[in-house]
Write a protein that binds this ligand. Sequence first.
Ligand SMILES: Nc1nc2c(c(=O)[nH]1)N[C@H]1C(S)=C(S)[C@@H](COP(=O)(O)OP(=O)(O)OC[C@H]3O[C@@H](n4cnc5c(=O)[nH]c(N)nc54)[C@H](O)[C@@H]3O)O[C@H]1N2
Ligand SMILES: Nc1nc2c(c(=O)[nH]1)N[C@H]1C(S)=C(S)[C@@H](COP(=O)(O)OP(=O)(O)OC[C@H]3O[C@@H](n4cnc5c(=O)[nH]c(N)nc54)[C@H](O)[C@@H]3O)O[C@H]1N2
Ligand SMILES: [Mo]
Length: 782
Amino acid sequence: MNDADGARTAPRYQHMSHWGMFEAEVADGDVVAAHPYTGDANPSPVLGNIAGSVRSKARITGPVVRRGWLENGPGPSSSRGSDEFVSVDWEELTQRLANELRRVVDTHGNSAIYGGSYGWASAGRFHHAQSQVHRFLNTLGGYTRSVHSYSLGATGVIMPRVVGTHWKMFARSTSWKIIAEHTDLMVCFGGVPLKNTGVNHGGTSDHPTRDALDALRRRGGSIVSFSPLHDDVHGAAERHAPVPGTDVAIMLALAYVLATEDLHDTAFLGSHCVGYDRFEDYLLGRSDGVPKSPSWAEQISGIAAADLVALARRMAAGRTMVTVTWSLQRVRHGEQAPWMGVTLAAMLGQIGLPGGGFGHGYGSMNEPGLAPVPYPLPTLPQGLNPVRDFIPVAAISDMLLNPGAPFDYDGQRLTYPDIKMLYWAGGNPFHHHQDIPRLRRALARPDTIVVHDPYWTPMARHADIVVPSTTSLERADLSCTRNDPLLVAMHAAVGPYADARDDYDTFAAVARKLGVGEKFTEGRSSEQWLEHLYGQWRDFVRADGGPAPSFDDFWTQGHVRMRTEDDLILFGDFRTDPVKFPLATPSGRIEIFSADIDGFGYDDCAGHPRWYEPEEWLGGRRARQFPLHLIANQPRTRLHSQLDHGGTSQKSKIRGREPLRIHPDDAADRGLTAGDVVRVFNDRGACLAGVVVDEGVRRGVVQLSTGAWYDPLDATDPDSLCVHGNPNVLTPDVGTSSLAHGCTGQHVLVEIERYEGALPPIRAFDPPTIIRRSVPGSARSN
Ligand SMILES: Nc1nc2c(c(=O)[nH]1)N[C@H]1C(S)=C(S)[C@@H](COP(=O)(O)OP(=O)(O)OC[C@H]3O[C@@H](n4cnc5c(=O)[nH]c(N)nc54)[C@H](O)[C@@H]3O)O[C@H]1N2
Ligand SMILES: Nc1nc2c(c(=O)[nH]1)N[C@H]1C(S)=C(S)[C@@H](COP(=O)(O)OP(=O)(O)OC[C@H]3O[C@@H](n4cnc5c(=O)[nH]c(N)nc54)[C@H](O)[C@@H]3O)O[C@H]1N2
Ligand SMILES: [Mo]
């Protein structure tokens, strides 16, 4: 992997990130450039954040313990986030961690440890932080876990009930090649944002989406996009900018036209679906007196009824793919958009045909549309977790604030456990969770919070025990994902920075103190684990007749190319023979009406898809007080909060603040011009942001992506202004519905005004105060 001219001025190491494969160029103990893999058609600009990341000032240089925890012992504390830290050596850190884990397990039981530890951490199969922490906690007897993700909280629950799976919708989706060759019309709810396709969980060696969309258009296919942001799609023939949160109403109107003009495929609805009749009663207004007509939808969405009528007819006239981005389910009632998308596609009768049917997440992540590999991936076994308690992942604050309280989830009535210890490795709740003021109050409740991270993230600042991790650049690993042909050797580019350690080595040391060292390590070093996992994987590949070099050969060659299952069509088998290849739903068919969901009797999720008015939308009462709809989507300049201090991310900031895009008329109404710093606020919180005026944003909508590190003006105050621009100080902490309780962080109503005060400095990347001990065992400053 040389540059085109083959020049090599400094050593280079092949590596992998969630946003692509690259060669790390090293000088003076740091990576100074990340050169994209030459086989990547469209490398992600996020690679620009990697240079300088090893020796960033935001690194945690050694183990520390929060001063108040050290002096007063474990217990609830509102000093988290503003306290000083005391530096300790690894021996003391390991011993204190072991003692505290033992105390919590012996006194309160394993369910008192919350080990969900949600987050993306880094690419690499072995050093994957979540797998490490789960394996570790399982060797101690288990932990309270979380289910599903912030990405797909609603989909993860609703889609198995509707089509019998959620992961197959991405991992075995209709391929880009089939779409490019067969689709006449791609109707995209949420667009197909190329910015998001840079990213893939676990890494990726190629980014084909842009070229696939171009190929589709060259063939004569066309793209129609619905999104409040103009640049959410590449090469669309037609763009509609609806009121955010109204896509279900739009889809209902399209369905209404199909039903009333007899353009729906009654044969397919009869042979492959159940419950269309129940849904149709609602659609046509027989059951509630409200026909879901195009003019009804126009009132809600702002999209002209005539446009909807014309589009519905076009959809029925050719091969049509209906796609729904994941963002549409990361809102209140998020179950409805994917359910209604499937229903609309089922009415068109093209599910399982080449280039037709339904897609979920084209443009949300690189994976959809890519061919899967037929083998299991090398995987660190996580052991068994005997603890039964769990929460839907986005219920973290609810759980911490309401121990013992009952809650609804997917037809079950469950109880929040009483958590004494939080263990986090590889995630940043200050990035991912909503209503940060509430989260900070929740984080004051447990006895002890442990965080492993390479960087002083806001979550690390709120910990009691802070464990410095290496970044992936400092260790060797294997990378591969279920939809990429390459198994890649990740070569360590540099040695561990300062006093940082691999998470594996930390867990192994604590496990030894607790007498379960051998159980955790199975006697293997990291290097031995890599070989072991590779060996297991090679056995599968060999059985399949695939290429399987020795570990040493693989390591020197740098990658192995695997067989892929090309030209997939989502639900193709099921379409051909629904009896032989039934879906894993109660009926074996697509459940347009689910008797099970209907039986739960939830008032926020009925037995068929329907339109619910959300609280945070421009059509509701709350918009009178907070008249701008903020879209807190994924950042184009980084992955979540990772490497916010990196070059690509920093270049986008405005006077150090996260950019906020606003329509020129909305800016003019408030006397704002480009480059102004504004205060974005509602009744939950406030943050600063830098103004970008952009006609491509719908009127009444503003966009502030996630990922600016939370930076409170007053760290002692949970309600403090964030001076940097983290939208999660504003977002509501409510689940999608009683069914899934998914994350709803994508949408929130706000107001904006020019910030008149002196601009506070950005301190998010400065380490907290760390006290170096003069006398062993005391915490005096020197
Ligand atoms: N408002 C709003 N909020 C959202 C969303 C939204 O649309 N709107 N989207 C949500 C979504 S889809 C997601 S997936 C979440 C993402 O939320 P997270 O996955 O929690 O965010 P990341 O910033 O990726 O956090 C990963 C952390 O792992 C650390 N890390 C990296 N490598 C290692 C390692 O080797 N060891 C250890 N111990 N740590 C490591 C990084 O430094 C970083 O702090 O955010 C969610 N939050
Ligand atoms: N560069 C980059 N790429 C990423 C990530 C990242 O952090 N950075 N994160 C990755 C992760 S973990 C995930 S889960 C995926 C998430 O994938 P998504 O959830 O699909 O991504 P978002 O960017 O949050 O939203 C996509 C687009 O939907 C549009 N949208 C929002 N609300 C509405 C609405 O009500 N109606 C319509 N029609 N459109 C709407 C927004 O304008 C937005 O740009 O992205 C992945 N890709
Ligand atoms: Mo995600």
